[in-house]
Design a protein around this ligand. Structure first.
Ligand SMILES: Cc1cc2nc3c(=O)[nH]c(=O)nc-3n(C[C@H](O)[C@H](O)[C@H](O)COP(=O)(O)O)c2cc1C
Length: 154
């Protein structure tokens, strides 16, 4: 079938950070969405094939880091390589900033740290629902959006 999710694009790309058992990781994710005003809650839909899936499940937390267009190459590394094989903080040249449970990304204009409150199987992905426990706003910048063919900067 046609990729129906493409009908919703462009979607903002985020970098999801996670930590468990002494391992830190980053993955690119466009399927990230607000769920509640108060408390502030967010969902991220993650395939169980991702290394991040195991880390988020075990660590019960994730960081939503919003990259600006200057980080496009880093986003591609984080969205195509697996943390099972490489340290993406090193390979994508991104700097860790300690959050309460997970590392956050210093180069991103905004980072929101969430504690997982539930997970819901959703077809071939799992939606982790997180309650925001902290936000870091570093500088204003344009956003990077995933489009059907590449990226759009807005
Ligand atoms: C722009 C972009 C958006 C992505 N969005 C998602 C997403 O929302 N959910 C998901 O499970 N994978 C998504 N991916 C794929 C993962 O980022 C990719 O499989 C990554 O290598 C997983 O890394 P990990 O194995 O270290 O967790 C996306 C990839 C790109 C390039």
């Amino acid at each position: 079938m046609e990729k129906l999710y493409h009908l919703l694009y462009p979607m903002r790309v985020c970098l999801i950070t996670s930590r468990a058992a002494g391992k830190d990781n980053i993955m690119a994710a466009s399927w990230v969405f607000p769920l509640s005003f108060e408390p502030a809650m967010f969902g991220v839909s993650v395939s169980p094939k991702r290394y991040s899936f195991d880390l988020i499940r075990k660590g019960k937390a994730f960081g939503i880091n919003i990259p600006d267009p200057a980080l496009k190459e880093a986003v591609m590394i984080c969205g195509t390589k697996s943390g099972k094989e490489t340290d993406k903080f090193v390979e994508a040249k991104l700097t860790k900033e300690e959050g309460k449970h997970v590392p956050l990304i210093k180069e991103c204009p905004v980072s929101i740290e969430c504690e997982v409150v539930s997970e819901n199987a959703s077809g071939d992905h799992v939606v982790f629902v997180g309650k925001a426990i902290d936000v870091k706003k570093r500088s204003g910048a344009k956003g990077l959006y995933q489009a059907r063919d590449g990226f759009i900067e807005v």
